[in-house]
Design a protein around this ligand. Structure first.
Ligand code: NIG
Ligand code: FE
Length: 395
């Protein structure tokens, strides 16, 4: 195959290739091709199909009869932080319940940390995620809650990913405990001015103990006016206005979606807002599972992500989340794998990741298993044995 870069590589002898292109292979949403091959040229996929039809290339990698799928797209994490909350987790596992207030512990530790310490922590968890097959990730501010601390969190995040979210509205800053309106004014004013240049997205934690519907609307609307696109922490700990606000504002994603009314589900089904489910949070807070089956049956687009953060979900493992979603949230293995790849891409409104078809980035995960189903069938087993990001093998 002629190569624009002079280095084309065929990955061949793939037992099951997940393309996420329903026009290929078995014509399911995963577009599964058996006995497949895939050609990488530079940072892109240029060909996928049956092994026997693969074009000639410069290099050849033998997948050894194992499964290849798109790198995971983790559309929700909080990785600019310092410290941990082991004690809080221990207390929860002894019966204490999770509240938004625990965020303050991490805010204090994060403010006290140096830029270098925050960046080292971020890159450590990114490397951990990459080893588990994640090739695209979003991450947020939200543990600074001052103008300078939020802006520095976003600067640090932006050095490592394009998918950066301004979450000055994580909770009302402890400095404004008696003046929540003043904090909303800061988040929509001076803090937004300092943060908008470093972010693509704006988020708000719409929840009891954090921000109500009116505050969330004001914050997201101000962000939109500055060119940021909304996404929302919605309906995590209780029923509330977040999901319907997300759809009304055309947020890319409503995240958590644990407590949903029928009207919330109808709203999601009628709009372009993806429901991002984060089972690591329910696992680590011993909360009820979000009902993925109900959402899928209503026609809602579902994404699956880790929510990796030191409080409510300290896992960077998308495979773990897939296993939980299949075991406890009513998803089939195919649906869960789609949601963790193509679904994540939808939640970030990206066309160039989450699929393995010509033109997409060559972001691939090779499993030490013959099929993607093993991600749920063999929970807790480190099956990821190869990862390519932008055409370069990383693992
Ligand atoms: O997505 N819900 C709000 N934010 C995080 C939790 C952050 C924390 O507890 O530190 C979440 O679960
Ligand atoms: Fe979160």
């Amino acid at each position: 195959m002629s190569s624009s870069t002079g280095t084309s590589t065929v990955v061949t002898n793939i037992a099951t290739l997940v393309t996420n292109d329903p026009s290929l292979g078995d014509n399911s949403p995963l577009g599964l091709v058996q006995d497949a091959a895939l050609v990488i040229d530079g940072d892109r996929v240029v060909w996928t199909g049956e092994s026997s039809k693969a074009p000639a290339t410069d290099n050849r990698v033998d997948a050894g009869g194992r499964a290849v799928l798109p790198g995971f797209v983790d559309s929700h994490s909080h990785l600019v932080f310092a410290g941990d909350r082991t004690q809080e987790f221990n207390a929860r596992m002894s019966g204490r319940s999770y509240t938004a207030g625990g965020i303050r512990t991490t805010v204090a530790a994060t403010r006290a940390a140096s830029d270098e310490a925050l960046e080292a922590n971020l890159t450590r968890y990114l490397a951990e995620a990459l080893r588990q097959g994640t090739t695209t990730f979003e991450t947020k501010s939200g543990y600074g809650l001052t103008v300078a601390d939020e802006a520095r969190a976003l600067r640090i995040a932006a050095a490592h990913t394009d998918e950066v979210t301004y979450l000055g509205a994580h909770i009302v800053s402890p400095d404004y405990a008696d003046d929540p309106a003043g904090y909303v004014a800061l988040v929509t004013g001076e803090m937004l001015d300092a943060c908008a240049p470093h972010a693509r997205w704006i988020d708000v934690f719409c929840e009891k103990g954090a921000f109500d519907g009116d505050q969330a609307r004001a914050i997201l609307t101000a962000g939109k006016a500055r060119g940021l696109h909304p996404r929302i922490h919605a309906n995590q700990l209780s029923y509330g206005p977040g999901v319907q606000l997300a759809v009304e504002l055309d947020a890319a994603s409503a995240d958590h979606c644990t407590h949903l009314t029928d009207a919330d589900v109808d709203a999601l089904a009628s709009g372009d807002t993806v429901a991002t489910l984060l089972p690591g949070a329910e696992f680590s807070t011993r909360a009820q599972w979000p009902d993925a089956r109900r959402l899928l049956d209503a026609g809602v687009t579902v994404s699956l992500s880790t929510d990796c953060n030191p409080g409510s979900s300290f896992t960077s493992s998308v495979p773990f989340c897939i296993a939980l979603a299949v075991r406890d949230m009513g998803m089939t293995p195919d649906e869960a794998v789609w949601s963790a790849t193509a679904g994540g891409a939808r939640a970030l409104r990206r066309e160039d990741v989450g699929r393995l078809t010509p033109g997409a980035y060559a972001d691939l995960t090779l499993l030490d298993a013959p099929s993607h189903v093993h991600l749920a069938y063999r929970p807790g087993v480190p099956l990821v044995t190869g990862v390519w990001r932008r055409g370069v093998r990383q693992v």
